[in-house]
Design a binder for this molecule. Sequence first.
Ligand SMILES: Nc1ncnc2c1ncn2[C@@H]1O[C@H](COP(=O)(O)OP(=O)(O)OP(=O)(O)O)[C@@H](O)[C@H]1O
Ligand SMILES: [Mg+2]
Length: 188
Amino acid sequence: MAEPGHKRHAPLAKPASDLSPDLSSLVGRAWPQIFEAMNKSQVTILVAPTGSGKSTDLPQMLLAEAQMRAPATKILCAQPRRIAATTLAAYVARRTKTNLGDLVGYEIGGCKVRSDKTRLTYVVAGIALLNCLDCSPDFDVIIVDEVHTRDTLIDLLLAVVCHTVLKKLPALKLVLMSAAMDKEHMKG
Ligand SMILES: Nc1ncnc2c1ncn2[C@@H]1O[C@H](COP(=O)(O)OP(=O)(O)OP(=O)(O)O)[C@@H](O)[C@H]1O
Ligand SMILES: [Mg+2]
């Protein structure tokens, strides 16, 4: 029983979500140029060193921007490995002070942690491919991360997105990211 005079504390409020990205990373500092490049063309190629914030800061910055201007915008971030998709989603959800599966979620084969509220979904390449096969992905921005990996699924995803989906959906944006990629080769 509480002692007389003891003040009951109000239950802790759930912290408000915080979408403000870390602008101190290399990718964070380059955000104005990246954003400008994305506005100018349908495909953006981002090559930046390991640890520069490609997989975490860039999707978070896109999410923050979209939440301000067009909150229905959906971002898909394809990863070559399941573990990357799940840990990146958990990390970005934590950083945005949201519950995993709300604004930020993931889907890997056989496991979905996302909802109608999810606006940034980390997936494996196979799931991204499934979303693109009918040429009407339910996403406005598709990020293909670690694009230098060039495994069969990533190659198929790139072929489907570049040869059909982008042509059918002129408003769709594609971002290709890597720490080690030949930009000239990817332009072909
Ligand atoms: N799950 C995590 N937990 C804690 N810190 C993380 C996590 N994921 C990334 N970070 C940190 O966030 C920063 C940016 O990492 P990020 O993965 O976005 O870099 P990157 O440019 O994608 O690197 P890479 O080319 O190696 O994939 C790094 O300092 C990294 O240590
Ligand atoms: Mg990365």
